[in-house]
Design a protein around this ligand. Structure first.
Ligand code: BES
Ligand code: MN
Ligand code: ZN
Length: 498
């Protein structure tokens, strides 16, 4: 899908569909007010006749007579004007994308970006348009053999702006939104693929593809021997029960001078989490193919950053393997030595995410990073704490935590701050090793994060537990691509602050 910004006054008569908003009480939005006189006050009459009340998310597609401002007009309800904020704006745009997707229109001019939305500027309003339309156009890479549903004809989305200056700001916003959409789509594809396809080896291949596609990206794939040479004893313990070889994937993006300290994004890449010897219950075990969603998100964010050529340095580190039971699998009570030298008693083989991540975080130290952010579907306890609305956010640095939380708000991909520290590390005491990998049921998301906290000493570090946000269960089962929007917004702001 192509996105363009255009000055409103030049748009007349060109598009297959004009998308305009109407608030409740017959209060016309900017585009509707503008077009209505030329179409014999059709919109105003529809309201008066009780045919369109402007309820948020309602839509009505109408053909217009030849010679009108557009071949069709799509009315979108915006709800009460006083309540029209970012969330309502997204809902209205989604309604527009849905109605256009079902129509035969191959292009559309969207006037909704002209509405005031809280304190959002033209750039952000346009960015959200491109993001919503591109996310709506996403198709799951399914393996269904029947006839494919008809693809939407919508190929071009034009965004009306007030003047030449706004046109330029909107164009930049559209570029950002489309790139974010592409990053989300990559993350969702990787998450949605079945685990017999999306293996650690496959993730490595996709990283190499990114490096091939984007000139400022390089990828290094470390195999099992390399991981042994790095002495990543915790990572190796998780993979040892699996027939699939593990991969440590390291991608570097360079958009700033060599001396600028990079941000490191670390992703949990468990391509299937059976629990290992501490085997999970069968219900919903299929969803453990999504246990590489952290890896998918950091690769998705990398794709967006490369596409936007952000002036930052970024390193993406993915620890990818399966967690499987076998005669050779790690057992409860096994003790391993991590890359940091600290020993871990593995009391529960299903607490594997923290094991692969502690070694990946230690590996990140070689980059002397400005900040390390790990992303992981780490604990069921985080879902109990926050549900599916917020990602868990833990950090040893208040400024970094604040930046990430603010990025989540701006990107509508929110995270909620939760505690880490000594109190929770106390729950991880072992009689036989420096630390155990589990610490009881109480505060499960916090003890897991505090395990990582111990390995992140002296780093500016944050952790996003996306167990509740990275995918949906039930009828809409599938990857959400979260927290790509949060990560990208965080990096865009970092880039702007430089
Ligand atoms: N990948 C799971 C966490 C998870 C579970 C995410 C369900 C989403 C839905 C993780 O590896 C895990 O199994 N964690 C255990 C930790 C426990 C053994 C301390 C959990 O949450 O039950
Ligand atoms: Mn597990
Ligand atoms: Zn897991």
């Amino acid at each position: 899908m192509e996105f363009k910004s255009i000055v409103d006054s030049k748009a007349q008569g060109s598009a297959a569909c004009a998308v305009v908003g109407i608030y409740e009480q017959g209060d016309l939005g900017v585009g509707a007010r503008h077009l209505d006189p030329a179409i014999d006050h059709l919109i105003g009459r529809l309201y008066k006749a009780g045919d369109f009340a402007g309820k948020l998310g309602d839509s009505l597609m109408l053909p217009l007579p030849a010679g009108s401002a557009a071949a069709r007009i799509l009315l979108i309800g915006l709800g009460p004007r006083s309540g029209f904020a970012r969330k309502q704006y997204r809902k209205a745009l989604l309604a527009a994308a849905q109605a256009l997707g079902k129509s035969g229109a191959d292009d559309a001019i969207v006037y909704l970006g002209l509405e005031p939305v809280g304190d959002l500027d033209v750039h952000y309003r346009a960015r959200i348009i491109a993001e919503v339309f591109s996310v709506h156009a996403y198709k799951i890479p399914d393996l269904k053999t029947g006839p494919k549903p008809k693809a939407s004809s919508l190929a071009t989305v034009m965004v009306a702006t007030e003047n030449a200056r706004a046109e330029k700001a909107a164009a930049e916003g559209l570029t950002a939104g489309a790139a974010i959409g592409n990053g989300i789509a990559l993350a969702r594809d990787l998450g949605n693929l079945p685990p017999n396809v999306c293996t650690p080896t496959y993730l490595g291949k996709r990283a190499l593809q990114l490096a091939k596609q984007w000139p400022n990206v390089t990828a290094k794939i470390v195999d099992e021997n390399g991981i042994k040479a790095l002495k990543m004893g915790a990572f190796l313990a998780v993979t040892q029960g699996s027939d699939q070889p593990p991969r440590l994937i390291v991608c570097e993006y360079r958009g700033a001078k060599r001396s600028a300290a990079p941000i490191c994004l670390v992703g949990k890449g468990i391509t299937f989490d059976s629990g290992g010897i501490s085997l999970k219950d069968p219900p919903a075990m299929d969803e453990m193919k999504f246990d590489m969603s952290g890896a998918a998100a950091v690769l998705g964010a990398l794709r967006t950053v490369a596409e936007l050529k952000l002036p930052i340095n970024l390193v993406v580190i993915v620890a990818a393997c399966e967690n499987m039971p076998s005669g050779g699998a790690v057992k409860p009570a096994d003790i391993v030595t991590t890359m940091s030298g600290q020993t871990v008693e593995i009391l529960n083989t299903d607490a594997e995410g923290r094991l692969v991540l502690c070694d990946a975080i230690t590996y990140s130290r070689r980059y002397k990073p400005a900040a390390v952010v790990d992303v992981a579907t780490l604990t069921g306890a985080c879902i109990i704490a926050l549900g599916n609305h917020f990602s868990g956010l833990m950090s040893n640095d208040d400024a970094l935590s604040g930046e990430l939380a603010a990025a989540g708000v701006r990107a509508d991909d929110r995270a909620w701050s939760m505690p880490v520290g000594e109190e929770y590390v106390d729950q991880l005491k072992s009689n036989f090793a420096d630390i155990a990998n589990v610490g009881g049921r109480e505060g499960g998301a916090c003890t897991a994060a505090s395990f990582l906290w111990k390995f992140a000493k002296d780093l500016r570090w944050a952790h996003l537990d996306v167990a509740g946000t990275a995918w949906l269960s039930g009828a809409k089962k599938g990857s959400t691509g979260r927290p790509v929007p949060l990560l990208v917004d965080f990096l865009i702001h970092r880039a702007a602050a430089q």
